[in-house]
Design a protein around this ligand. Structure first.
Ligand code: RP5
Length: 162
């Protein structure tokens, strides 16, 4: 089995419908990842054990999604030297603004790269870019992906003009 390069974690299994888009992006680039539920509030010790052992287990990036009082990304970032990407998960109330503000406003010294509310696909793509910084083959794939994205927009533009 290939060692996972990305840890894709969330505060609750109820976050998965949002976080799944990150997994899809990682799949598109054949990046190996692991998935798990680690709650900052309900399973604090398990979350800390995960964060503290992540680097030595071979992970290189962590994507952490949570909603509401979304402390998981920040707490994980406090306990690992790895880059952490935070995904604010929108819940029933407040449209995810609470999740966004809980994740984005980190104190200096403990960075979390926060994506948009519900922006799990970008979290996956950002993780790919981080890995691609030291992987020429992955960088080439990212460049192809970007070229395809541009071609798609040009196609749509051409279709509109017909
Ligand atoms: C957060 O509480 C989780 O990340 C989730 O977004 C939210 C609600 O969790 P459940 O009550 O659905 O398990 O910690």
């Amino acid at each position: 089995m290939t060692t996972p390069a990305v840890g894709l974690i969330m505060g609750s299994d109820s976050d998965w419908p949002v976080l799944e888009a990150a997994a899809t992006a990682l799949d598109e680039f054949d990046v190996p990842y692991e998935v798990g539920v680690y709650s900052a509030h309900r399973t604090p010790q398990r979350m800390l054990d995960y964060a503290r052992s992540a680097a030595e287990r071979g992970l290189r990036v962590i994507i952490a999604g949570a909603g509401g009082a979304a402390h998981l990304p920040g707490m994980v970032a406090a306990a690992t030297p790895l880059p952490v990407i935070g995904v604010p998960v929108p819940l029933k109330h407040l449209d995810g603004l609470d999740s966004l503000l809980s994740i984005v406003q980190m104190p200096a010294g403990v960075p979390v790269a926060t994506v948009s509310v519900g922006g799990a696909r970008n979290a996956g793509l950002l993780a790919v870019r981080m890995l691609a910084a030291s992987d020429a083959a992955l960088r080439e794939r990212m460049e192809r992906f970007q070229a395809d994205l541009e071609a798609l927009v040009l196609d749509k533009d051409a279709a509109l003009r017909q």
